[in-house]
Design a protein around this ligand. Structure first.
Ligand SMILES: NC(=O)c1ccc[n+]([C@@H]2O[C@H](COP(=O)([O-])OP(=O)(O)OC[C@H]3O[C@@H](n4cnc5c(N)ncnc54)[C@H](OP(=O)(O)O)[C@@H]3O)[C@@H](O)[C@H]2O)c1
Length: 429
């Protein structure tokens, strides 16, 4: 049987799991591919670190990543090192040397992916990235291949496990954001610096990749409107539940008036929506197509072992392509679709107002909404006297109009505070 050789950049959480999986399932993988997959070289930063990898592989470790990307024996480079540089330069060098690439690097793909895809195209090598979005969930291949004949309308997902864990705790135990974050940190669910998760940078990179795939146009991280979850209060969650919603951090890409609207923000979704029941640190992506209808992909979006399954799946596909002399799909950004500005996007909104408790207040509040063409779907008053609050849900409205409404509400004498505003998704189309 032929042998194909793998060079790996990185041997951390994902990288070590990839090596264990390749070793543990080596017989089955070889039978399924029709070739042995041997790991030839593994680049790391520190040789002395203790690693949970198969014993025989320790001798392949090197601190020089150039050895991996220039080794003539290496057929496939697996990049599980992360970051932008030197990763980008190393991958370009690998491609230039005719290596096929499997990467889990959402950050790099969502910002400078075009350069890598162009280089891979020019060189005729594969570039696979199943693990870059939603870790262990097969999602990229269904979007690129199984749904290639479909017109996708919308992709909406929970693609960050840390924030979903925090929101689940807030919803189920009534704790504050800070308490839930503390628990996530204690359980080791957060990065050393949790900003990328909490502030939505990580899901924004994934949203850019998903939007590019779903709508065949180039969307980069910087195009994605982004809000994090740090301002969500226990009160928002309580009201959401009373209204029949769950609060989730959603990555959304959809067609709106011929443009692509891509955003990441917390949103209320109906408790009956399939995404509402995605708990703890699980991920799920909901896809709506014109003919296929609704699909949902659910599973573990991070962690070494689940993510390694996606990486090794890509490696086996690339290996089969090498054996057959074929090549997988390249980037397919044949449309030049405008990315919609947030001001032009449509959504339903939840608005919580602290108000004076006296006759005529509701009328003046309703008038502020009406004067900006925002219609109210439901309203109820909570509390009396100084504690009076109006809890409102709008019909679908344009962001710009909602912002103008909020400005007018802030200027109303009857409104003491606009206490909270959140988008509502998964209801009206
Ligand atoms: N963790 C997940 O659940 C997950 C899920 C999906 C996708 N991903 C993506 O997978 C990639 C890897 O993530 P991870 O969590 O496995 O990261 P990690 O645990 O920090 O591992 C990074 C590895 O890369 C090595 N490395 C970093 N810079 C290097 C350099 N300049 N030269 C040589 N080696 C270098 C490190 O070496 P040392 O070990 O010597 O420090 C380490 O082995 C990232 O792109 C991430 O976004 C991760």
């Amino acid at each position: 049987m032929k042998t194909l050789r793998i060079g790996q950049l990185g041997c951390g959480i994902v990288g070590s799991a990839v090596l264990r999986l390749l070793d543990h399932n080596s017989y089955d993988i070889a039978q399924r591919v029709g070739a042995n997959l041997d790991v030839a070289k593994i680049a790391v930063r520190t040789l002395s670190k203790e690693r949970d990898i198969p014993g025989g592989m320790t001798s392949h470790l090197t601190t020089d990543p150039h050895e991996v990307v220039t080794d003539p024996a290496v057929d496939i480079v697996v990049e599980v090192m992360g970051g932008i540089e030197p990763t980008r330069a190393l991958l370009l060098e690998a491609i230039d040397n005719g290596k096929h690439i499997v990467t889990a690097n959402k950050e790099l793909l969502a910002s400078l992916g075009a350069e890598l895809f162009d280089a891979a195209e020019a060189k005729g090598v594969d570039l696979y990235f199943e693990a870059a979005v939603a870790g262990g969930i097969p999602l990229i291949r269904p979007l690129r291949e199984s749904l290639a004949g479909e017109r996708i309308r919308k992709v909406m997902g929970i693609v960050n496990g840390t924030t979903n864990f925090i929101l689940t705790r807030m919803s189920e135990e009534g704790c504050s954001f800070a308490e839930a974050l503390g628990e996530a940190e204690r359980l080791g669910y957060t990065e050393l610096d949790p900003t990328a998760d909490i502030e939505g940078f990580d899901p924004a990179a994934k949203a850019a990749i998903l939007a590019s795939l779903a709508f065949n146009t180039r969307v980069v991280s910087g195009d994605v409107y982004r809000e994090g979850i740090a301002d969500i209060t226990a009160q928002d969650i309580t009201y959401a539940k009373r209204l029949g919603y769950e609060v989730k951090l959603l990555a959304i890409a959809e067609q709106q008036n011929g443009e692509v609207a891509v955003r990441v923000h917390p949103a209320m979704i109906p408790a009956s929506h399939p995404l509402a029941s995605v708990r703890e640190n699980f991920n799920a992506v909901f896809v709506e197509g014109e003919d296929v209808g609704e699909l949902m992909f659910y599973g573990r979006g991070a962690g070494g072992p689940p993510t390694s399954v996606s990486v090794v799946g890509d490696v086996t596909t690339v290996a089969r392509n090498i054996l057959s002399g074929g090549r997988g799909p390249g980037a397919s950004w044949y449309r030049k679709t405008e990315v919609r500005s947030i001001e032009a996007m449509f959504s339903q909104y939840y608005v919580l107002l602290n108000v004076a408790d006296r006759p005529g207040v509701l009328a003046s509040v309703a008038n502020a909404f009406g004067s900006h063409d925002v219609s109210i779907a439901s309203v109820w008053q909570e509390g009396i006297g100084d504690q009076a609050q109006l809890v409102m849900i709008t019909h679908r409205a344009r962001e710009k109009d909602i912002q103008a409404t909020l400005q007018e509400l802030r200027d109303l004498e009857a409104v003491t505070k606009v206490a909270s505003v959140m988008r509502v998704e998964g209801g009206e189309a």
